[in-house]
Every structure is written in structure tokens, then in C-alpha cells.
Design a protein around this ligand. Sequence first.
Ligand SMILES: Cc1ncc(C[n+]2csc(CCOP(=O)(O)OP(=O)(O)O)c2C)c(N)n1
Length: 629
Amino acid sequence: MRNILSSIDSPEQLKNLSLAQLNKLAGEIRELILTTVAKTGGHLAPNLGTVELTIALHTVFNCPEDKIVWDVGHQAYGHKILTGRRERFDTLRQPGGITGFPKRSESMYDSFGVGHSSTSISAALGMAIARDLDDKDNYVVAVIGDGSMTGGEAFEALNNAGDLGKHLIVILNDNEMSIDKNVGALAEYLSKMRTAPTYNKVKHDLEFLLKRIPTIGGSVAKAVEHLKDSLRFLLVPGGLFEELGFTYVGPIDGHNIELLTDVLEKAKTMQGPILIHTLTKKGKGYFPAEIEPDKFHGVGPFCLETGEVKKSANPIPSYTSVFSKALLKLADQDKNIVAITAAMPTGTGLKKFADRFPERFLDVGIAEQHAVTVAAGLASQKKKPIVVLYSTFAQRAYDQIIHDVCLQKLPVVFALDRAGIVGEDGPTHHGVFDYSFLRHMPNITLMAPKDENELQHMLYTAFQLKEPVVLRYPRGNGVGVKLDEELVTLPVGMAEEIKSGDDIVFFAIGSMVEACKQASEFLGYIGIEAGVVNARFIKPLDEDMLIRIANRTKYIVTVEDNVLAGGFGSAVLEFLNDHGIAEPKVLRLGLPDKFIEQGPRKDLLAKYTLSGENIAKSVSAFIKSDEVR
Ligand SMILES: Cc1ncc(C[n+]2csc(CCOP(=O)(O)OP(=O)(O)O)c2C)c(N)n1
């Protein structure tokens, strides 16, 4: 059979294909996903698991009139391939290329932009309400994984949707995995549904019976058809989802296109909210991903033949791994330390902690808000909780950090990993807002290390303080400095002078200190003596240091990998203004008031004037323009 995918430019074309062709198409889509992601990196295992579901959805529904809302959106590559983006698929996650998640501005088939989890049912419900208000009759389908279903917002949406009774189809894509193994009581519940002995026995008996009924006509044939239908719609009694007002269908094989299309067609004719429970295999069709779905959840470029991930030869440890080791060391010495992750034990470096101290480790599921308040509860009872989140996902817990932690001055430590620009995951994942949304919280101490060694000391310091503390550090490798054996308490609110120089002084924070050291070298070549100060703390700011700097230079340059609006540079400006310090002039370097696109981290840093060379260029241009004035 000739290649089918190469002629598919719109999902409409799927409707003319036979089942055999649809099955062949599934293989071709898998192949394209595999060969592309092996080169570009990306979310492999989730996408391999949803190929048949995607085909079935686009065969049964008429997009873009009908709306498919993907949760997280990290499983929508097949959808992208089938909706006019096949030829550009090789640009996946590249600068200017196809994005790794659905994006409304990229395609009319992407009904809702996404990247953070557990939003699909809410968004789909909104679309269903709008449809009914407009007297339209399109279908709305949310596709959500069992991991994403652990997020509070998903429950809030089920609760609301079950009550409103709008026609809405929710597909629960259950592969028993979040990034790591899915956790929690819901995961247990789903697992019981999958293996419910009554369900399986009845199903088996009925299938056995049906196979034995000879081909017959008339009313008996109809009865048999009906029986087949009931088999597909066999309900597991007492379902949680039924109690919430949904009609529950399943569990069904999420890799069987015939079954999926049958069930979806039937769901179109039903009333009210429907939840279809599909069982899929994460990584389906690629053995290395099937056996290690966590490793292939989000993966860099890899060798297709062996499944070996192409590692950079960089021997410098990552910030995450230095954090992970330092925390283990501290937890060995202090039995009160409890570590909390929101479904990211591997990504945050907490896996070893979980293995060594299972009783002091909590994976709460994709529930950042709950993670923070559970930590507040622990802290109220004299435990020393540390909540480890990616900066971007901490955005979810803004109120909990204010209301449950800071207001009560509870000693919770927050470690925000992947802060700053993260790279190819793009605007949904850059952690570039944390200085701005944290620094205005009373009672908080906010710090960022200049290198991996300072990260260890900051972690140690954080546990010494008896109040809320945040430390934030970037994705990727450290600077390559020696790691001290003995950890010390850093003086809170004190910056560190790293390099002298008075023509201008860099007041830099976090990983930008290293970039400023390089910038200072560059400026030296053109006769500008640039001092470098490592601010260490965004809050409290080292005000004495700022006054000293102000007294000796004409220009202060603040540098941060955060949005400029309300960030670190703003804090410096506020201080100078509030103290009537009009000189020196302040140049703030950081990220502009826009969402930063996808691309290699290094390139984006350079593009937004945060590489050593480009910092130096901006500074020299700033001085020149000032001299002209
Ligand atoms: C709010 C939020 N926290 C964490 C993440 C990181 N994350 C991306 S996918 C994922 C697991 C999702 O599991 P599931 O929904 O079951 O999908 P699967 O990958 O298994 O197909 C997590 C934790 C996120 N995207 N959003």
C-alpha cells in the first residue's frame, strides 16, 4: 500500500479512509514522530501513546468547527501532523518552527493554547457553554491524561461540568503514568477500574458468547448488535465520574481505532457530559520508550536504533544535580527536612531523596497549590519542608505562597528550578516571572546563586532561616566551580563584590553574574572598567552596597533573566528613587514585556542581550548615547 500520510493535508481526508488505511496511517504518523523527535528532541512517549486516539478523533469529529482541547498539549504532535503541519513538522521546537504544544496563533485547529496541565476540561466547558449560548451544535472534546487529572483544576471543572449537564466529551487518556509513575488515590482508583474482576469477567464472557453466535439476520442480528454496543458501553458500577454527573464509558482500548471511532460516534448521540476512559501505552510502538516511558517523556535528540540519548560532553554538573546532592546531605543531618514535589521527582532531582527517605518525601501529583499548603501545614508543626518546583509551575501557587506561607511567616523553603529561559519548550515554560511575582510578598527572602557552589550554600542558609525563603536557579549546567565540602550560612541581604571597576558597575543576580563577568572582560578591551557585584538577594536588597556603588560610579547596570517589569532592576530603581539618589544612571537589562519564544537557551539569552558579549555591547552603546546627550 502506498504511503497515506504524504497526501493528508487536512483531517477531513481521514473520513474517506478505510479502517485498514487508518491503521496504516497510525504507523506512518508514529514513524514521523519518532524520526523527527530523535533529531529535535521533544515529548516522545506521550505522543506515541495517542496516535490512534488522534486519528479516531479527527475521523469522527469535524475540526475546526468541533473543538478538541488537549491537556498540557504535549501529546498533540499527531494532531499537528494531521492538521496541515506535516511538512513543517521537522521544524518542531526550533526557532520560528512548529511549537511543542497547541497554540491558537499557529493553527485554527488548535482550539486552546496550553503547556501547563489540568486546564482542558475547564476550557472545553467554557466552549460548550459558549456553543449553547450561540445555539450552535458543534462538539467539544477534552483530552486529559491520568496524570493531569490529579490537578485540582481538573476536579473543579468536573464538579462544575457534572452539575451544568452540558454536552461535553472528556477523554481520559490513562497510561498509568504522569512523567514518572502516576500517584495518588485517583491513580489507585483508575487502576481498580482497569482490573475490575466483574468488568473483565462479564466482558470476557460476552465476547466469548458473541463469537459463537452464527451470522444471522433480522431481529436476532439487531439484538446481537445491541449486545455488542452494550459491551462497548459497559459501565463499571459506582464510578466516581458517574457520581459527579458524567456518563462513564470504558475502560476501552485506546489503540483500537475501530473501537474508538465507534465509541466516539456513540458519544455524539448521548446527552450531557460523558467521560470516555481509554487505556493506552505510553511510548507505544518504540520499545525503548515503552520500557522507559519516563526517560522518553520529554527527551533530547537520541539515537533511533539504540534509544541512547545524545548527551553533551559537558562534565560540569547541572544545578539540579548539585541541589539534589546538597539536599541529601542536609536531610541526612536533619530529620525534620521533608521534600515535596508536584509530579516531578526526576526533573527536580528528588528521586534519590525519595529512595533514601521515603517517609519524608511527598509526591502530591500535579498539584502545586496543594504542595505549598501541605508544606505550610508541615512547617506549622516544626517540620522543615522544602517545595521543589519548576519556576513556571510555581505560578500556579501564587496565592498559597502569599496566604498560607508568607502571611503566617512559616518557614517553608522553595527551590525553583528551571528559572529564567528554559529553551525549546517556549513561552509556556520559561520561568521568567518569579522575581516579579515573589518580591512584593512581605516576609519573603528571595535569592539566586551565581553558580552551583553558591547554590549549595544558599540551600543551607535557607534551612537556617526561620521564615519563608525562595531560591531560584536555572536549567542546565553550572559554571564549573569547585564545590565546597562544608556548607556555610550566607549573610542575608548581603551582596558580594566580585570585581572592581568604577566606570560602570554591574549589579547582577543569579546566573547573570557569570555573564557580567564576561561582559566586564569585553568592556575592558575597549577601555571601560566595569565592576561586578553579585547581588545574591533580590529581597532583602543590599541597600548599603547600592549606596556605596552609587557613590563611586556614573552607571549602574542591573542584569536579570526575568521580565524587567517588577523584577530585580525595578527593585534597585525603587530603592534609589525612594532615597532620592538621582545619580548614577541605571541601565536595566532583562526580558522585555512580551512572551519569549522557543529556541535554544543560549541563543535566546544572546538575543535578549543577556550573553556576556551582548551585555557588553548594550553597555557601551548606553554610555555612548549618554555622552552624546
Ligand atoms: C501545572 C503543571 N505542572 C507540571 C507540569 C509538567 N508536566 C508535563 S506533562 C506531565 C505529566 C502529565 O501526565 P499525563 O497527563 O498522564 O500525560 P502523559 O504524559 O502520561 O501522557 C507533567 C507533570 C505541567 N505541564 N503543568
